[in-house]
Design a binder for this molecule. Structure first.
Ligand SMILES: C[S@@+](CC[C@H](N)C(=O)[O-])C[C@H]1O[C@@H](n2cnc3c(N)ncnc32)[C@H](O)[C@@H]1O
Length: 303
């Protein structure tokens, strides 16, 4: 039976077409679209059909397959398929743990053996709120809430810190938003009031109702497209912490395991992996020791 779309100008997506899109998406992204996602997919893709003046999903499928070589339309398709919900300081306990446990431990190691770079990876960063929350947390924890202008990526701060925050996503559209660092002022509801003024600029005139992350925070984070399905991940470890939150859910367990083992190999000895609050990995507890609140720590000797 064909499945209805919400857009009358487009012929409904047939189940056969859905199956083909699903296989294509799975092959290129690892994302598995469950049964029942046809309407969602049809409604998100109808924009691309209109863009190309097409009225039929079969034609669009052919187009995507034909131009796979340059990959442009495939990227657009992938952008339509991803779910990008995020917010500043989402699941705040992870940021508290970073500030109260991880930073003090690195601080005392720095005192013993000299400064080193703190490396954190936001591995499915979406529109950037997670990476900027990490940057703000580090600035607050390292400088003790004092002046922020002294830390310049990647040079040393007055406190002897080097900070490198890598942030990546498969979706080029969300990465563009992350790099622009402009958000609706409503996005600040999850940011503690003293931090709003300190780290964000309020828009004026045609930017009214919008806020921009201040340059001293922005320059700590480096964004790039990484498809975790690719064999090569262009990131430089080892990482003190990898945030890989609220993305696991889109992949089957085999794919999850490939990603997580590879991430574990990029952690520092006894480094941390943070997952989303509903994401549990009992099948990897042999290499990743579970702490509470979906935080995991690489097993093995200290550095
Ligand atoms: C729900 S968002 C999570 C954002 C953020 N980590 C958080 O917890 O708020 C999931 C992100 O995973 C990204 N994603 C999905 N498949 C991916 C893949 N194969 N490689 C890299 N990122 C992927 C999506 O584009 C999306 O932005």
């Amino acid at each position: 039976l064909p499945v209805a779309t919400l857009d009358n100008s487009v012929t409904p997506m047939a189940l056969r077409e859905f199956a083909q899109f699903r296989a294509l998406v799975h092959m290129h992204t690892g994302i598995w679209l469950r049964d029942g996602k046809q309407i969602m997919l049809a409604s998100r893709l109808s924009r691309r059909l209109r863009h190309h003046g097409l009225t039929d999903f079969a034609e669009y499928l052919t187009l995507v397959q034909q131009v796979q070589d340059n990959g442009e339309e495939l990227r657009e398709l992938i952008n339509c398929v991803t779910t990008n919900k995020t917010s500043f300081f989402r699941e705040n306990h992870h940021f508290q743990f970073l500030a109260n446990t991880i930073v003090p431990a690195i601080k005392s190691a720095n005192l013993r053996s000299g400064p080193r770079t703190i490396r954190i990876w936001s591995a499915a960063s979406s529109t950037g709120e997670e990476a900027y929350s990490i940057a703000i947390t580090l600035l607050e924890a390292i400088e003790g809430g004092g002046a922020t202008h002294r830390i310049a990526h990647p040079s040393f701060s007055s406190a002897g810190w080097r900070i490198a925050i890598e942030a990546s996503d498969i979706d080029t559209k969300v990465l563009a938003t992350a790099q622009r660092a402009v958000y609706s002022a409503d996005a600040l509801t999850t940011v503690a009031p003293p931090l709003r003024k300190k780290y964000f600029l309020r828009g004026k005139d045609d930017m009214i109702g919008q806020v921009m992350v201040k340059p001293e925070v922005r320059r700590l984070a480096h964004f790039q497209r990484i498809n975790l399905m690719d064999n090569y991940w262009p990131v430089e470890g080892p990482f003190d912490v990898i945030f890989f939150r609220n993305a696991l859910i889109y992949f089957n367990q085999d794919t999850q395991e490939v990603f997580l083992r590879k991430m574990a190999s990029l952690l520092r000895p006894r480094g941390y992996l943070f997952l989303g609050s509903a994401e549990h990995i009992p099948w990897l507890h042999d290499i990743l020791e579970p702490l509470n609140q979906t935080m995991y720590r690489l097993r093995g000797p200290e550095e």
